[in-house]
Design a protein around this ligand. Structure first.
Ligand SMILES: [Zn+2]
Length: 707
């Protein structure tokens, strides 16, 4: 694109200026803490000095510096080598990534209109900067020169991995296409971006459109007071005082489906949910889907792949659509059999109660809830006292000590972005410094929902010296009250362990380069494996102690927690797998099909796998945001693929002992330390002695011997 060429030319001028003035502080930057070495404990970001007005100039300067570094690489008169091309590219952009990491963390955990305004300004700048690098033909020419002679270069495994991934990313971005093809690719990328945007906007409008407005108390039959109160609040917000409103947002709809005894109303809200984007109005998504799948197919073929799924899966651990399909099919048969068993149980319940009807999809939550109450009911308020936040944290620390010998020392002098944030220095058992872990537990205005792990700095080596990582965990856990500390739900305790697992991979990482490449279907391995320990009696006895009495959680509670894991797994697995298979079917098209009927295509795919009428795929096509608007195309399967990995990996600990040091050391050395720095599968095999098998996952989901 001309615009980029022009920008590159201008940069050459800036480069000279930047280099000439390298000794001096930028004129306006005297007070900008990003422009001088941090004088903080452990070289952590100086939050005591960073102000919002520092971000924009620091990001702009970061972009300018990296552009200068890229120019220096492409204009290097020496012949392209790994070091002067790949190594230099990997080392470039240090300031930008540092500022971005801090800014990104604040965007998530401590945002405000000023930060949002800065993000609006910097997002396109950073996107264009990324394009300038990826579309830089001179850079690619050097890269290709190194790549073409890679066999003779005697590279280390990590160097080879970096070279192959970087080269592949450029090629997948179209670097090998001729000018005409590149123009078509850019055109398709833009069309796809706009179509995805429209898909998402339509879906949002469709979701907001439907309201179940109830005016009579009779219509609330079966609903617990908390659910009624929530519906009353929704009505008030919508200026309908004295009424009750349910929407097709999942947190509003699910409790209604779970508790309402009004079958007619359950059907009404359920149908409204499942028909979103499929109503033939001006927000119908079917034509958009047709265009998206056809464009994706054309794009994949232009880049030399058989289908969009082939293109996507090349960089995943699964590698091929055939591998994903076989994996999903292996789970599908037993899951479907189990779901049919669940249908029979619920139908028996309906018949016993004298209901003269056949179980329908809108009945599932209601009858599942009845079965759950009967078999596994464990009151949340009874459990929470055993999961005091500080106790859970100590439990996870103890686990990391047992497995990896890690010590977590609270460090009060490390600057933080909010007084609630706690910073821990992480050390090996012999005292060697590992990194810093920040924890930010409770909701605040300005923090987005959910829980996540991130980093202010990623581990890498500079001139042979390890640069320590700074990792973060951000959550929205129940706050302490005037008379009780923060008491977590079991789900929250597992979430804590999950995010801690991501942070462990960041902290223990020991790769040479800053660039990392983790296959999307393996991202959740380090996190999900940590969840396994949390409900094991051996660890529960260490940390799950009543916050008032100190008594360890009773055995019968633990047993109920364990057995309830299998509850409703047929349904959960089937509705998830059906959506995953639908996703794969859409993206395995090998030719664009202009006349495609979306509803017919979906129906055929679902009949083909024998989906029962009592279950709808978790997402029907017209509201499958993950794959048509959210970047998970040919990738909705990744959640359960990662579960296969973590179940298989945890099996090693079950075989050798939950806290077995040798197993932990092997997991650390082979998997965690090289996560994203080397190809995962061979590393996994070094740890486990074999590729992962599906049996541990089948056992965990209760699908092992189902017929
Ligand atoms: Zn995760």
């Amino acid at each position: 694109m001309n615009r980029f060429k022009h920008a590159t030319l201008c940069l050459a001028v800036i480069v000279v200026m930047t280099l000439a003035g390298a000794d001096q502080e930028p004129a306006a930057g005297n007070a900008n803490p990003f422009f001088s070495p941090y004088k903080t404990p452990l070289n952590t970001p100086p939050f005591n000095l960073i102000k919002t007005e520092h971000f924009l100039p620091a990001i702009k300067e970061g972009i300018r510096q990296q552009q200068a570094e890229i120019e220096a690489i492409v204009n290097n008169p020496e012949i392209p080598s790994f070091g002067n091309t790949l190594g230099a590219l990997d080392a470039s952009g240090r300031l930008l990534s540092e500022v971005n990491a801090v800014f990104g963390a604040l965007q998530g955990a401590e945002t405000n209109p000023v930060i949002q305004g800065i993000a609006k300004e910097t997002t396109p700048l950073i996107a264009a900067h990324g394009d300038n690098i990826r579309l830089n033909e001179k850079l690619f020419a050097r890269l290709k020169a190194v790549y073409d002679q890679r066999a003779k270069l005697k590279l280390t495994a990590e160097e080879q991995f970096l070279l192959e991934n970087t080269y592949r990313d450029f090629v997948r971005g179209g670097a090998l296409l001729d000018e005409k093809q590149k123009a078509r690719l850019r055109e398709m990328n833009q069309q796809l971006a706009m179509l995805s945007l429209r898909f998402g906007n339509n879906l949002l409008a469709e979701t907001n459109d439907f309201k179940l407005v109830l005016e009579n108390r009779d219509d609330l039959a079966g609903l617990p007071p908390s659910v009624v109160a929530m519906a009353e609040g929704t009505a008030r917000q919508l200026n309908m005082p004295g009424k009750w409103v349910f929407t097709v947002q999942v947190p509003s709809m699910t409790p209604f489906l779970q508790y309402s005894t009004r079958r007619d109303l359950r059907e009404k809200i359920y149908r409204a949910y499942t028909m979103r984007g499929d109503r033939g109005n001006d927000r119908d998504n079917k034509d958009i889907i047709r265009q998206i799948v056809n464009l994706r197919c054309e794009k994949a073929k232009l880049l030399g792949y058989g289908s969009h799924a082939d293109f996507v899966l090349e960089t995943n651990m699964a590698k091929t659509p055939a591998a994903v399909d076989a994996f999903l099919k292996r789970l599908w048969d037993p899951a479907l059999a189990r779901a049919k068993g669940e249908v029979a149980d619920m139908q028996a319940l309906i018949d016993r109660e004298g209901g003269a009807f056949k179980l329908a999809p809108w009945d599932w939550w209601y009858y599942a809830e009845k079965v759950r109450q009967e078999k596994f009911a464990l009151d949340d308020t009874v459990l929470r006292p055993y999961f005091k936040l500080e106790n859970v944290r100590q439990g996870i620390f103890a686990l990391c000590d047992q497995l990896y010998g890690l010590k977590f020392i609270e460090h009060h002098d490390i600057p933080v972005y909010n007084p609630e944030v706690q910073a821990f220095e992480v050390r090996e058992s012999d005292g060697r410094y590992v990194g810093v872990l920040y924890m930010d537990f409770h909701p605040r205005p300005g923090k987005r929902g959910g829980a996540w792990s991130g980093a202010f700095r990623r581990e890498h080596y500079e001139k042979g010296k390890r640069v320590a990582p700074l990792s973060t965990i951000t959550c929205n856990f129940t706050r302490p009250t005037a008379d009780a500390p923060s008491l977590l739900s079991v789900e929250e305790a597992k979430t804590f362990a999950h995010e801690f697992g991501h942070s462990l991979a960041t902290l223990l990482s020991d790769g040479t380069f800053r660039s990392r490449s983790v296959p999307r279907d393996a991202v959740e391995l380090p996190s999900q494996i940590m969840e396994n320990w949390m409900l094991e009696p051996e660890l529960l006895s260490v940390y799950a102690k009543h916050y008032q009495t100190g008594a360890v959680i009773p055995v019968e509670f633990v047993q109920k927690l364990q057995s309830s894991r299998l509850f409703n797994q047929g349904f959960e697995t089937v509705e998830y797998l059906a959506a995953s298979i639908l996703d794969m079917t859409w993206h395995e098209l090998t030719q664009p099909q202009p006349g495609l009927g979306v509803d017919e295509f979906e129906a055929k795919a679902m009949t083909g796998i024998g989906l029962i009428p009592e279950i709808t795929p978790r997402y029907r096509s017209t509201y499958f945001n993950h794959i048509f608007s959210g970047g998970y195309s040919a990738g909705y399967y990744v959640y359960i693929w990662a579960e296969q990995l973590d179940a298989d990996a945890f099996e090693a600990f079950k075989e050798k002992g939950l806290f077995d040091k040798a197993t932990a050391l092997s997991f650390r050395k082979n998997v965690l330390e090289k996560y994203g720095a080397l190809e995962l599968m061979p590393q996994y095999v070094l740890f486990r002695g074999a590729e992962p098998t599906i049996e541990p996952l089948l056992r965990r989901r209760g699908l092992m011997d189902v017929r």
